[in-house]
Design a protein around this ligand. Sequence first.
Ligand SMILES: [Mg+2]
Length: 385
Amino acid sequence: MTKIASIEPLLARVGIRNQLLVKVVTEDGLYGWGESGLSARERSVAATVEHFADFLVGQDSRQIGRIWQECYRSQYFEGGRVFTAAMSAIDIALYDLLGKRLGVPVYQLLGGRQRDTVPSFGSCTADNIDENLAHARQLIDAGWDCIRVVPSYYDRGTVFEPRRSIARTARDLVTVREAIGNEIVLGIDYHHRLSVAETASFCGMLPSGTLDFLEEPIRCETPEAYAALRRLTDMPFAVGEEFASKWQAAPYVEQGLTQYMRLDICNIGGFTEALKVAGWCERHYIDLMPHNPLGPVCTAASVHLGAAVPNFSWLETRQTPVEELGFHDPHLFPVQMRMEGSVYVVPDAPGLGIEVNEEAIRSADAPQHVEPPHLRRPDGSVTNW
Ligand SMILES: [Mg+2]
């Protein structure tokens, strides 16, 4: 009765983004939900979920660690973020299922909860300093003690010019710090749009103490580039949302290249892999600061992970008074994680503690694929989104 009967990817457009949900059903009719985090390339992940379903149907749904290994090793070629995004969703769904089967919340399966609430950070994403200052004040008044801002663009449409961006962003950050004082943690996500040299220049423009963390200033394919950057600045980094395995996270943890681990449970390989990375980070006194830009399934999985590990700082949230993104549509997801001010309350319900309105998702208009902006430099060359 615990054997897997079906594994199905379900693509939906929710708010301004796609969400790829995965439903795993066992022979006794129980089911669990997972979500995959490879935003904008969901169709590739859905096809991989179907590959995995070919050999997972009929297997015991409770052998979660073994299933992870079989999926990872099932192709000759090692690793790959499409594979682990698919595995993440399946792994999360299997934990949801097992929690429901045993009548316990998922965090009980991870060693029990270590905290009563899971703190979050909120984002200020306006493109002008006045609005961002107002949003920061609104978040602080509502209880947030950690705030993240986004960099200035040269042109918010499709053009990114780094020097203008870092000059204006550095100036704005000094203004924000003066306004919010030193008790609030302040970070920025540069969305890997800079080079090593540009990042060093940016950090040099900021008086010491302006910024508490700099998230992904450069791309993360090359840990040695972060090592070079580390020699040019003492700024704490927050890196990891794109990691697709413990192997990818390893050099960043072991060589001190990130000071916060931004792992995404829907990309790194679900609970099974996230817990291993968390343990590795604990050894190096690095706190998790999980990436959570998706929907209620990702948020719930991240809350359970955050509840169960000792080394945790803030969970990213896109559910704040200053952002209206529609990712947590209550019609599509009638039961979700509950927030009290800036913190998520650790739930008591079995499994993840979420409900999906499957009928509504299936009856919605055909999913409209959302493609992220393709940024270019003023000379027409391609740069990073
Ligand atoms: Mg980021």
